[in-house]
Ligand binder design. Structure first.
Ligand code: 5GP
Ligand code: ZN
Length: 114
């Protein structure tokens, strides 16, 4: 998807602060952080949203959550807590149509979110 921002980040066509890269997924710092730790974890494959997930994508999701667990430890938020958010669709505020998992941590968070 040449017009997809996160595909361009995956392909290193757009510079970004990469936290960690694995064969199927990549993690980078959000350009507009909403918490002291705000990292986006995305599959390298162009998957538009949760709605496009099926059983065949299970391995990618396992890789993503393994990466999230490791990053939580390396960022020092594994014990204090953090939030993983996937905005899906317009009303939820999904701006980039390439599946991404927001990792937010390093501050106290309220519930429900706005
Ligand atoms: P969404 O609103 O789709 O759930 O989240 C998209 C996220 O991508 C936003 O938090 C936004 O700040 C982030 N973002 C948008 N453009 C860029 C960019 O060029 N680089 C990085 N690192 N993050 C971006
Ligand atoms: Zn994409």
């Amino acid at each position: 998807m040449e017009d997809c921002l996160f595909c361009r980040i995956v392909n290193k066509e757009v510079a970004t602060d990469i936290v960690e890269e694995r064969p199927t997924a990549i993690a980078f710092r959000d350009i507009n952080p909403q918490a002291p730790v705000h990292i986006l974890v995305v599959p390298k494959e162009h998957i538009p949203s949760i709605k496009d997930l099926d059983k065949e994508k299970c391995d990618i999701l396992a890789d993503i959550f393994s990466l999230i667990n490791d990053i939580a430890v390396s960022e020092g938020i594994s014990q204090t807590g953090y939030r993983v958010v996937v905005n899906t669709g317009e009303e939820a505020g999904q701006d980039v149509d390439h599946l991404h998992f927001h990792m937010l941590g390093g501050r106290f968070m309220r519930w429900p979110p706005g």
